[in-house]
Design a protein. Structure first.
Length: 235
């Protein structure tokens, strides 16, 4: 009889002895069967750390016994006071409103949102906002506070940028362009799109006078036009 050491594959396995099956030749040991490890993952959610101080504040608010759970000197609005969040000492009337971009109402006044004008163009950053209890949003109107040339008073320029903060890019300043696949200087009426004047280049033109954009020898300049039967030569 032959004994062999078998190490369990599963995590935490122990060293065990297993009897080998009858060897075919003297001295030959057959490997003992090893069970496959289970690949099933645990569905138990990992424990998350909770700030003990925040937990105590939230518990205090839930209990509803203390009119000033966060100890900021402001009575909770649930007790007739003006503190809009008694679980956060950083939020209370008189606090400085910060343009945090997260909608955090530090001074408990949804009409304020933190006046930030980084590009100094006279318009406040639209990324700073607050939302009142009815879901109404108050914010700045500068859609890009990094560029002084972008604000509600700027004229729209055809450049791929919403210069006037209207929510639409290049409105009213684009032109109709046509693709010129055969590079003869004449575009196909079937390949038009809206673009900026600076988009005019080799292969893009502002006319649609090519009835056959696959042949540079057939266009209006050489006497070919769109006719009832397609691209036809002028007589």
């Amino acid at each position: 009889m032959v004994w062999v050491a078998v190490v369990a594959v599963a995590t935490g396995g122990t060293l065990a002895l297993a009897q080998a099956t009858s060897p075919s030749t003297p001295g030959q040991v057959q490997p003992a069967a090893v069970s496959k490890p289970s690949l099933q993952r645990s569905t138990k959610a990992p424990a998350t750390s909770i700030n003990p101080a925040q937990q105590r504040l939230r518990q205090c608010v839930r209990e509803g016994q203390n009119p000033d759970c966060d100890g900021d000197g402001q009575r909770s609005n649930r007790f007739g006071g003006t503190d809009c969040d008694d679980a956060d000492p950083q939020r209370a009337p008189g606090r400085t409103e910060v343009a945090d971009g997260a909608g955090l109402d530090e001074d408990c006044n949804p009409a304020t949102f933190g006046e930030r004008d980084m590009d100094r163009d006279g318009f406040l950053d639209a990324a700073a906002f607050n939302v009142d209890e009815r879901g109404r949003r108050t914010q700045g109107d500068d859609c890009d506070d990094r560029r002084a040339t972008v604000n509600p008073s700027s004229p729209e320029v055809c450049n791929g940028v919403d210069d006037n903060c209207s929510g639409t890019i290049d409105e009213g300043v684009q032109m109709t362009l046509y693709r010129d696949e055969d590079l003869d200087g004449y575009g196909s009426p079937h390949a038009e799109y809206q673009g900026c004047p600076q988009g005019l280049r080799n292969g893009v033109v502002s006319n649609s006078l090519d009835c056959d954009d696959a042949d540079p020898k057939r266009n209006v300049a050489t006497g070919w036009v769109d006719g009832p039967r397609g691209c036809e030569a002028l007589k």
